[in-house]
Design a protein around this ligand. Sequence first.
Ligand SMILES: [Zn+2]
Length: 110
Amino acid sequence: MTYFEYISSNRWRSSTARLAELEAAGHRCRTCYAADDEARLEVHHRTYQRLGSELVGDLTALCSYCHHAITDALRRRRYASIRPIVVDTAPLFERPVPLFDPTMGYRRHG
Ligand SMILES: [Zn+2]
């Protein structure tokens, strides 16, 4: 089962840890306190160590906006030290290569 399949499954939706976290959070976002009738409430995985058999402490109830913002911030922090691979594309533009060979004329297939 892939991560996407799991997150979309009834097993995740009815997960004891997931439901316990929602209950403990009062069915509100832990960050902005939005209620589940004000925003789409989601449950964030703080760790994937026990994916499929999560403990309550592995999860945090968040609205979709805060979930996106927090996931984005965590990824930025995680990848901040990784230097991107820079490919020098300048030589490709110094001597343009034609998209087709004009001396070949047009060919019909078949
Ligand atoms: Zn929120």
